[in-house]
Design a protein around this ligand. Structure first.
Ligand code: ASP
Length: 355
């Protein structure tokens, strides 16, 4: 080798010089590329927030023992799939708004939950759906109430937020708007599952309906909701529901009421609630959490505990909520026996639970 090199230097000094120059340039280019990549990675990690997604599928007084065979696993599987739907968006740099809409759409399409297909039925055996979405970055919000033919009410809520200067549209007006927006429209029977119909038939009152707040609290809720923090540090919340079983026709619950069942602000947190809606409206629950953080400097977990375990429980108000704050802390308090829930974080932590 040494001999070969000495001969080469002797015969072709020009060739050797050129190859040395080429080698040097390649090494320098590689070094510079590696430096740039490292600098970009440092810059990305400096500006990117860890992302977080929290979901719920309703709270209620159900016992583990009271669940049918395989029911618990079926719910946990769907909660896992819902988390996957959202984490695919968030892990690729998608917005919290897109994530919460996609997750809630997924849960609306799943007949297990009380939202979209599989919603509980009102006094007349009809599904009347409510939904809301809020963008913590802009403070904009949209909602629909009492809709009967919009396949995915949460998407209609997002369109209200983005395409109108209003916050809430209800009933026929919301449905007309959904048609204009070319959203998926279905026959009202699409939402009715055999299980919900059977439950409705069993619980049909012999007497005309009484006001909801004089009825006993429903034993099982199934509203769905999602809150998220994305890589850009933006918060969003969305909630969708069929409301309370046997509710009076025309009754709107807390879910689509901004500040009651749904709220998001980049200053504080994003919240989605589930439970006996009339109490959540009277107590402005979702905003109360944000206000405790903003005005009292209370940490998210403490605020959630105060509102759900003290304030609501003292009023015998059933329910719970999920929330994530601007730093990625989460809380999922509930004062019922169960709340279908789950979370996933960019750190890889993930959990689903019911009891
Ligand atoms: N909060 C909903 C309502 O009152 C019901 C639920 O969360 O299950 O409409």
């Amino acid at each position: 080798m040494r001999l070969f090199y000495l001969r080469l230097v002797a015969c072709k000094p020009g060739l050797v010089f050129i190859s040395i120059v080429i080698m040097f340039s390649v090494l320098t280019a590689n070094f510079l590329y590696a430096q740039t990549e490292a600098a970009a990675a440092v810059a990305m990690s400096a500006v990117q927030h860890p992302w977080v997604l929290v979901i719920h599928g309703g709270a209620g007084n159900i016992d583990k023992a009271g669940m049918k065979a395989g029911e618990e696993q079926a719910y946990l599987k769907k909660l896992d799939e819902a988390l996957k739907t959202g984490s695919e968006i968030l892990s690729h740099g998608g917005s919290s708004l897109d994530a919460v809409e996609a997750v809630v759409r997924f849960m609306e399409d799943c007949p297990l939950f009380n939202a979209g297909k599989g919603a509980v039925l009102d006094e007349n055996g009809k599904a009347e759906l409510d939904a809301a979405i809020m963008d913590g970055k802009s403070g904009m919000a949209g909602a629909v109430g009492g809709v009967t033919i919009i396949k995915n009410p949460v998407t209609a809520a997002r369109r209200v937020m983005e395409k109108t200067c209003n916050v809430m549209l209800v009933g026929a007006g919301a449905e007309k708007f959904a048609r204009v927006q070319h959203l998926d429209i279905v026959d009202p029977s699409y939402f009715i599952t055999p299980d919900r119909l059977e439950a409705w038939k069993k619980s049909r009152p012999a007497q005309p309906a009484k006001p909801v707040n004089s009825q006993p609290p429903p034993q099982k809720h199934g509203t769905v909701g999602a809150v998220a923090l994305d890589m850009n540090g933006n918060l969003a919340a969305a909630t969708s529901t069929g409301g309370l079983p046997g509710k009076l026709t025309g009754r709107i619950g807390d879910s689509p009421i901004i500040g009651a069942g749904t709220y998001a602000s980049n200053n504080t947190c994003a919240v989605s609630a589930t439970g006996h809606g009339e109490f959540f409206m009277r107590n402005v629950v979702a905003y109360d959490i944000a206000a405790l953080m903003e005005y009292r400097g209370m940490p998210l977990e403490e605020a959630g505990k105060l509102v759900v375990m003290d304030k609501l429980r003292n009023q015998k108000a059933d329910g719970g909520l999920i929330a994530v704050d601007k730093d990625g802390n989460i809380t999922m308090p509930f004062n019922t026996k169960a709340m279908f829930r789950g979370f996933v974080k960019s750190t890889g932590e993930q959990e689903t639970a019911i009891f």
